[in-house]
Design a protein around this ligand. Structure first.
Ligand SMILES: Nc1ncnc2c1ncn2[C@@H]1O[C@H](COP(=O)(O)OP(=O)(O)OP(=O)(O)O)[C@@H](O)[C@H]1O
Ligand SMILES: [Mg+2]
Length: 139
C-alpha cells in the first residue's frame, strides 16, 4: 500500500504524471472515491505522461474516451452504470486486454467484471484538513 496527500488539483495531476512512470501497457487502475475527489485530475496527469497533448474531458455519457500517444490511455467513467451483467460489459474486454492503460472512474460500479490484476486507487477528502486536501491510497 502507498499513501499520498495532495492539497491542490495540480498536485493530484502531478501525482498521476509521477505514478504513470510505473505503468506498463495492460495496466488497469480502478479509481474509487466520491464526486469531486480528484479522479479526473489524476487521469489528466496520466494522459500528460503518455498522451499527445489532447485535453481530457469526462466520458460520463460515452463511458470511455481514448487518448492516443506513446501508450494509448483508455479513460472510463462508469458513474452511470449499476453493476451491469457480464454480457453487458463484454465490450470492455477489448480495452482491458489491449495494449493500453485503462483508468476507470467509479470502478466499484463494475467490480464484478474487472480483471484480477486491477490496481485500486482510493481518493478521499477530509474536511478537517481543509477543502482542497485529498488522500490518495494505492492498494
Ligand atoms: N487536492 C486536490 N486534488 C484534486 N482536485 C482538487 C484538489 N483540491 C481541490 N480540487 C478540486 O476538486 C475537484 C476535483 O474534480 P475531479 O473532476 O478531478 O473529481 P472526480 O473525482 O473526477 O469527480 P467525479 O466523480 O464527479 O468525476 C476540482 O474542482 C478540483 O479543482
Ligand atoms: Mg471525474
Amino acid at each position: 500500500m502507498e499513501r499520498f496527500e495532495t492539497s491542490t488539483a495540480e498536485e493530484t495531476r502531478a501525482l498521476g504524471r509521477q505514478l504513470a512512470k510505473d505503468l506498463a501497457p495492460g495496466a488497469i487502475l480502478a479509481l474509487v472515491g466520491d464526486l469531486g475527489c480528484g479522479k479526473t485530475a489524476f487521469v489528466k496527469g496520466v494522459v500528460d505522461a503518455f498522451g499527445d497533448g489532447e485535453e481530457v474531458t469526462s466520458p460520463t455519457f460515452t463511458l470511455v474516451n481514448e487518448y492516443a500517444g506513446t501508450v494509448p490511455v483508455y479513460h472510463f467513467d462508469v458513474y452511470r452504470l449499476d453493476h451491469p451483467s457480464v454480457e453487458e460489459c463484454d465490450w470492455m474486454d477489448d480495452y482491458f486486454f489491449a495494449d493500453g492503460i485503462c483508468l476507470i472512474e467509479w470502478a466499484d460500479n463494475i467490480r464484478e467484471v474487472l480483471p484480477e490484476h486491477t490496481v485500486r486507487i482510493v481518493f478521499s477528502k477530509n474536511p478537517q484538513k481543509g477543502e482542497d486536501y485529498r488522500e490518495i491510497i494505492l492498494c
